[in-house]
Design a protein around this ligand. Structure first.
Ligand SMILES: [Zn+2]
Length: 209
């Protein structure tokens, strides 16, 4: 029986995970004329290409520009890649973004840096073979990273995304952008609370003399 890999959840690992935000940041001051919503589908489930893309297009029409980078599941057999080629072509043609997610779905906090860089290159090559542009964004598998990884991201990446919760407004780290999971109990509520808190903060600023 194969046991799915899961990053360690002990206290030391949790502290180390939190500390990554303080190392090797690519600081950026982010300010937008209107909100930007990015919905990502790690591992590129089949539903990301239809239901996910549809949801993104609704959001684009009614709320904000949307990028949708479903990362490619390189653990999938090569034979299966061909079956997803039309999905890739359709998503790219519709303006969705195809991001990087490593080739082996490795834990970037645990794997050797050089192995991860090779992993990222294999992911890029696979996407190029499928007609997608070279990915310019990366989502760390499991959201896991470390300072040395952030510091050695290929310069072609505009940004990399982790899973530390938060909105990317004001001072942001392009080597570890924040995100909210939409799945799981209370996922949507957490996002709603964060957006509402931000709305009130913006409103307060506008009203202050
Ligand atoms: Zn993944």
């Amino acid at each position: 029986m194969t046991v799915a890999y899961a990053p360690r959840r002990d206290l030391v690992s949790k502290v180390r995970r939190r500390m990554t935000q303080h190392y090797a940041a690519r600081p950026a001051k982010l300010a937008f004329e209107r909100p930007v919503l990015s919905i990502t589908f790690d591992d590129f489930p089949a539903s990301a290409a239809d239901a996910g893309a549809h949801a993104c297009s609704i959001a684009t029409a009614h709320a904000a520009p949307t990028t949708c980078p479903p990362a490619w599941p390189e653990s999938m057999a090569r034979a299966a890649w061909a079956t997803r080629r039309p999905d890739i072509a359709r998503l790219v043609a519709s303006g969705h973004e195809i991001g990087c997610h490593t080739s082996t779905h490795a834990d970037c906090a645990q794997q050797d840096i050089f192995a991860t860089l090779e992993d990222l290159a294999r992911n890029r090559d696979a996407l190029l073979q499928m007609g997608a542009p070279a990915p310019r964004t990366h989502a760390y598998p499991y959201g896991e990273t470390k300072g040395a990884m952030k510091d050695n991201l290929p310069p072609r990446f505009m940004s990399a995304r982790g899973i530390l919760p938060g909105l990317n407004v004001g001072a942001a780290d392009l080597a570890q952008l924040r995100a909210y999971p939409l799945f799981g109990a209370g996922g949507m509520q957490r996002v709603s609370n964060a957006l509402e808190a931000r709305r009130k903060r913006n409103l307060g600023r506008r009203l202050s003399p």
